[in-house]
Design a binder for this molecule. Sequence first.
Ligand code: FES
Ligand code: FE2
Length: 410
Amino acid sequence: MSWTSEETYAQTRLPVERASTLNPDAYRSVDYFDSERTHLFTNSWVAVGFIEQVTDPGQVLVRNVAGRSVIIVRAIDGQLNAFLNVCRHRGAQLITEDCTLAKRIRCPYHAWAYGFDGECLGTPLFEGSGIPEEQQPVFDMSATKEFDRADYGLFPVSVDTWAFLVFVNIDGSAEPLSQWLGDLPDRMAGYGLEEWKIQAVNPYDIAANWKLIAENFMEYYHLPWVHPELMKVSRMDDHYRWQGPGMYTAMTTTPVTQDDKSGWLDLPPHQRIAGSDRISGRHVTLFPNVAISFLPNHAFVIMLDPQSPNRTIETTTVLTHPDSVDTPTASEGLDKLSKFWDEVNREDIAIVERVQIGLSTPEYQGGRMCYHFEEPVHRFQNMVIDRMCGIDRIPAGDSPEVASRFGPPE
Ligand code: FES
Ligand SMILES: [Fe+2]
């Protein structure tokens, strides 16, 4: 089976009304998983965290992307940089967890030091090492033949931001992030997302392939059976496609129904949100690994970190605009909201874990898609295929004719 040739995916390339889902090995085979790291995760903009987590000089995030450990660091001059988390000497991992560093990145092994811009500063620097001054020359590399530390800076990784998110692209070959996102920044412009702040974070360890979690988020076909409570605020009939050009899938719930139990609308909306944005939920899966529900008063973010074909670490984050928590009852509202999302999320996790088990049945070779509900899944799976087959393509949005079949765009 060649994971990088079109023939492998012929059944998913068909128009959605005739298409079948991806070959199940794409969710269960180690060989496919390795290939996906190389062909999909190195050349895509992968979400790794939130701007708010790297605002101060020396603040560092450590994340896994495409089987590599990556450092994202705020430099002294305010620039955001990213590097592979490996020392250029004998390859030690430089930093193990999120932290704030005072001046530089220092390797724990032989103390080679690097600036926040990745430059190799010295080999090693001695302050705080306890090595007496007269012994320091022994460690100095400056006399080493044909060694110029300028050649041994950290391996750079492309990094960029949008809204409240930080993205990296390992090999630097992805289209600029502004193209990758398509019309999403325009669509979301009214939310003032760069001002939103983290309110709650929850990790989940899920026994399922990362694509199953992403695909589950983007279809509402399963709502009546998996989420009876969610249906009260997110009625089937109020869902519409909301698809413009870009590496994302999107649907909208318009209007979001008020329901006391969910807490979805307990907090006041961000004051500047207007028009349809003020009464809607926008549910966006940004290829490949982040899914977001934007509500007028909060956002719920799912970020996926694939560990193996059948295991994914998911981190969920609730964010709000400061306006929405500027009330005496904000903390109660946030608690209710977090509890509600946790329940919905656990319902989703239980079902995707069952899909992972079912998919492992050798006789199962993929299933047909339901046109009305699963076009986003088809769009997403075709984005997967494009990356695997080396096709740099940013899919178009709905034509007015297609959009009208699924209800009003706003
Ligand atoms: S491995 Fe980093 S200084 Fe030696
Ligand atoms: Fe769900």
